[in-house]
Design a protein around this ligand. Structure first.
Ligand code: GTP
Ligand code: MG
Length: 313
């Protein structure tokens, strides 16, 4: 099918077309960039929410509960669960499917898992593109669930409007999240497994760290408590997500954030291309003339040569 037709079907809300589009994006197939360009004018309506936290924190259970709550309010939701460590074999994805099966028959819900396999251009790029497809398909909310608090999670989270960090008592992951820089970009904190002991202590630690990382900001990130397996506290999280959405709009932060994200994205995509191009030049130069030169001269010469070649073309 040609990209124009597929784009039309995706925009009209056809789930099968959306699934097909996602596969194109994941495989970085030759059509995918055209598809994304066609869809781009339809992107930007959904609120995108990143949900992260250490393995087993209860993210999938939380997302499942949140989806239920949003559906009660008549909102449509798409979810992409990203698992960079275990492409398709891992228990996590299987678990996600089981835990999210509640919504199998619901037309207002679309759930997709995504692994590293097939995402050649980098997982965060592919993930951002999948989110755009879901957004263009007309979902009110697009949720991205990522496992862990590493660099790729951070990159993915930075492409969303609202970031929620899921923690649990005695998980010991507050400091880890703090070190990884996730605390700084989190807009909401969810203490899940609030049925377990240690909630007060975790809340205390969290408050202190929020105070350090968020000193001067005008959005004070709320801490909500949930027992996701029993769907307790879902309405509070949904409310905070909405409050953050309103904050982003009224403060002008949404436009600001999206513009700066777009700049970063252009930069990143160019960076990738430049790197690929100049790598070859470096290789050639170093093998022929670079051996006896210091790195300053070598870099200077390579840059000049690369620029000249560009001008000739
Ligand atoms: N006691 C308790 N257990 C919970 C709660 N929420 C989730 N769990 C359990 O914690 C385990 C992990 O839940 P998931 O929802 O799969 O967690 P996750 O963060 O998505 O896990 P990964 O995707 O593997 O990182 C499961 O056994 C859940 O039943 C909760 O509120 N209380
Ligand atoms: Mg999960």
């Amino acid at each position: 099918m040609d990209a124009t037709k597929l784009a039309e079907q995706i925009v009209s809300g056809n789930h099968r077309a959306l699934a097909k589009g996602i596969s194109l994006v994941e495989n970085r197939s030759s059509d995918h960039r055209k598809l994304l360009s066609l869809l781009y004018p339809h992107v930007g309506r959904a609120q995108t929410i990143g949900i992260t936290g250490s393995p087993g924190a209860g993210k999938s259970s939380l997302v499942n509960g949140l989806v239920k709550e949003w559906r009660k309010q008549g909102k449509t939701v798409a979810v992409v669960a990203v698992d960079p460590t275990s492409p398709f074999s891992g228990g996590a994805l299987l678990g996600d499917r089981v835990r999210m099966r509640d919504h199998d028959e619901d037309e207002g819900v679309f759930i997709r898992s995504m692994g590293t396999r097939g995402s050649l251009g980098g997982l965060s790029e592919a993930c951002q593109d999948v989110v755009r497809l879901m957004d263009a398909a007309g979902f009110d909310l697009v949720v991205v669930e990522t496992v862990g608090v590493g660099q790729s999670e951070l990159d993915i989270m930075k492409t969303t409007d609202t970031v929620a960090l899921v923690l649990y008592p005695s998980g010991g992951d507050v400091i880890q999240a703090f070190k990884a820089g996730i605390m700084e970009i989190a807009d909401l904190f969810v203490i899940n497994k609030a049925d377990l002991p240690g909630v007060d202590q975790l809340r205390g630690e969290l408050r202190d760290l929020i105070h350090i990382t968020k000193g001067e900001e005008d959005w004070n990130p709320p801490i909500t408590e949930t027992v996701s397996t029993q769907k307790q506290g879902m309405e509070n999280v949904v409310e905070e997500v909405l409050a953050h959405h309103h904050y982003l709009i009224s403060s002008g932060r949404k436009t600001e954030r999206r513009f700066s994200q777009r700049k970063q994205e252009v930069m990143r995509r160019l960076h990738e291309r430049f790197t690929a191009e100049i790598e070859q030049v470096v290789e050639e130069y170093m093998n022929t003339e670079g051996e006896s030169q210091d790195p300053y001269d070598a870099a200077e010469h390579i840059y000049e040569r690369w620029k000249d070649e560009g001008e000739e073309n």
